[in-house]
Design a protein around this ligand. Structure first.
Ligand SMILES: [Fe+2]
Ligand SMILES: [Fe+2]
Length: 176
């Protein structure tokens, strides 16, 4: 119960937050122009959240090579791009937290072909985001990190993936 209240408070903080000009400039330095444009299209709550996830990833990635750190930071900033598909209100975000806490089957591997309702979008945002990233020809590794940012490791197949980056991303995402 404490964890649910904590997560709901985080959601509330995110929807009532701001991004400073310095933070936006810091974000911009990690992204290519078109990626930054996508980040700017995200709701303020999601930009606040992704900025916080990216800062944590930055703090925990100093041991990585420069290309790996850049990939991780791009994933941190863009992982929730699928949420742009609907106008998500506070109650959608809170309901999502509650459904997850109740153990409802969320983030299934197969997204519906047409996810239009806000709740469907929030439930399937990882797969919707990965699909959009694929259409934009973003790197396979970035698509992998977006697709699986909520996946339990047991549900992911394949060895040639940046598992260590996924772990860092999931850890930071779960704390923000
Ligand atoms: Fe997410
Ligand atoms: Fe997230």
């Amino acid at each position: 119960m404490k964890k649910i209240i904590y997560r709901c408070r985080q959601v509330w903080r995110a929807v009532s937050a701001t991004i400073t000009a310095d933070e936006a400039a810091w974000v911009q330095q990690w992204l290519q122009d078109k990626e930054y444009q996508v980040w700017q299209e995200m709701a303020l709550a999601d930009r606040r959240h992704t900025c916080d996830v990216a800062k944590l990833c930055y703090d925990h990635s100093r041991h990585l090579s420069a290309p790996e750190q850049t990939l991780l930071l791009r994933a941190a900033l863009l992982h929730d791009l699928g949420k742009r598909r609907a106008r998500l209100r506070l109650w959608h975000r809170i309901l999502y937290v509650l459904l997850k806490a109740a153990g409802r089957p969320l983030d299934r591997p197969t997204a519906p072909s047409l996810a239009v309702s806000p709740l469907a979008v929030i439930v399937h945002h990882a797969h919707l985001g990965a699909r959009e990233a694929t259409q934009k020809n973003w790197d396979d590794e970035l698509v992998f990190l977006i697709r699986h940012h909520h996946s339990p490791p047991l549900l992911i197949s394949g060895r040639r993936h940046p598992w260590h980056l996924l772990q860092l991303l999931q850890d930071a995402d779960n704390r923000c």
